[in-house]
Write a protein that binds this ligand. Structure first.
Ligand code: ATP
Length: 313
């Protein structure tokens, strides 16, 4: 199902080459307003190249980059927040002084920036660090400061390149909460590039998968998961395995089976996608003693691996 929401970002047939290496090969992308959009792909796939185009750092050789319906122009950059993968704080400046400097670069006045920074420093527990030098910050602390700097001017579009790398689980959870809050309370659209598939499962409502400069998958996470599930269900029963598999006939495909003894069997079945699980369950209950029956959960990790392997083939 295609989303009908207005688009915050639309890339059409974008192409980028470095020397004779094609980094992006005709990529088109639709990022709906107010979504957390995961940009996924193996190392070297072209994600950073794409992100840098949206951040106005590089230009495509050909193709269009539209921001809220018009060609992306320099003025749009005030509405974009960018947390780059390579962190870039000046080591010898004081933390607060530097955060103020970046905020003012993004058009905030001193007093507004100071007040917002104070709030954010408290919220992310870096408030004791205002007068310390950046070189004293731990990796996670420096990352928190950069995260704050990228969102302080309340951009309507936020680009986060590996925002969770370097965080311990508690701080990663805190940052994930803030990302969701930005979407839910401010309507911020987030373009999130990451290799951390559990955060994709947790945060993203849409994803695109790029491989060797080409987009190989795009859509709503729920739809992609459902497609990848392809009617698979986890089914456990007590009864005669041979009789049951014979009775299954063409109504389901048997993917795997494990027998525990005492006539208890567990299997993964693929029922036709147009057959409701309830209908299958009703039939199965008349054949065997059903112990459990549930749609198989597919992680985005599995969706990702299948799509990349399919592209390789
Ligand atoms: P990763 O997940 O490892 O960060 P990525 O998906 O972000 O990778 P990119 O950094 O966009 O990938 O790189 C895509 C390809 O383009 C790579 O083969 C890279 O070596 C090449 N590339 C990127 N930038 C340049 C550049 N400035 N000059 C030459 N080649 C480049």
């Amino acid at each position: 199902m295609t989303s009908t929401k207005p688009l915050a970002l639309c890339l059409t047939d974008v192409f980028k080459q470095y020397g004779d290496h094609v980094a992006l090969d005709g990529v088109s992308l639709n990022v709906p307003e107010g979504s957390i959009f995961g940009l996924l792909g193996p190392n070297g796939a072209g994600k950073t190249t794409l992100i840098r185009m949206v951040a106005g750092i590089t230009a495509p050789d050909s193709g269009r980059v539209e921001f809220y319906g018009s060609n992306l122009i320099d003025e749009d950059l005030n509405n974009i927040g960018y947390l780059p993968e390579e962190r870039g704080l000046y080591k010898n400046m004081r933390v607060g002084e530097q955060a103020l400097y970046f905020a003012q670069l993004r058009g905030m006045d001193y007093h507004e920036a100071k007040s917002e920074l104070t709030t954010w420093f408290e919220r992310l527990e870096v408030d004791g660090w205002w007068d310390r030098e950046v070189s004293d910050l731990s990796k996670g602390m420096a990352q928190k400061v950069q995260f704050i700097v990228s969102i302080l001017h309340k951009p309507k579009f936020l680009i986060l390149d590996e925002p969770l790398s370097g965080f311990d689980p508690i701080n990663a959870a805190r940052i994930k909460t803030e990302i969701k809050r930005l979407r839910d309370e401010n309507g911020t659209t987030v373009l999130l590039s990451t290799h951390d598939m559990s955060s994709v499962d947790e945060l993203c409502d849409h994803v695109a998968l790029v491989n060797q400069g080409k987009k190989i998958l795009e859509g709503e996470v729920s739809t992609l998961r459902e497609n990848a599930r392809a009617g698979r269900i986890d089914f456990k029963f007590r009864g005669n395995l041979i009789a049951f598999t014979a009775a299954l006939g063409a109504s389901a495909i048997l993917h795997s089976v494990h027998s525990y003894g005492d006539n208890v069997n567990e299997m993964v079945l693929g029922i036709p996608t147009n057959t409701p699980i309830e209908k299958f369950l009703k039939w199965a209950t008349s054949e065997v003693d059903v112990l459990s029956c549930s749609p198989r959960k597919i992680s985005m990790d599995e969706v990702f691996l299948r799509a990349v392997n399919k592209a390789k083939r």
